[in-house]
Design a protein. Sequence first.
Length: 130
Amino acid sequence: MIKFKPNKKPILLFSLVAIGWIVLIFVESSQPPLKIFGEINGLDKVAHFAAYSILGIMILAVLTQISTYKKIPVLLLTVILVLLAGVFDEFHQSFVPQRQVDGWDLLADFCGGLIATLLFIARKKLVNYA
């Protein structure tokens, strides 16, 4: 039987980039919202969707390097981790002046992570995870 031996360098790189992206999201959400978000209706949801789409792809990149599971568990774990990051971000925002917890933001986070992950998997046709 051949044992799966992951390459540690890409795993470390993808992990650090994903953690850095999460830190960037939390730093941004620690400050008052940009004025443009109040001027254009729904733009904040687009920003949440985009930020968590990127996060989903980063997390998926890590998981596909370390996981020997099939596509569904990797997809499920990716989306769960994106959702957890969104929940923690919304919780964190509850302590930031001029910020508020918004379930629609959390939905945008979840959808961004899910759709980006599905598109990435479909595009790459990860046979080992099918």
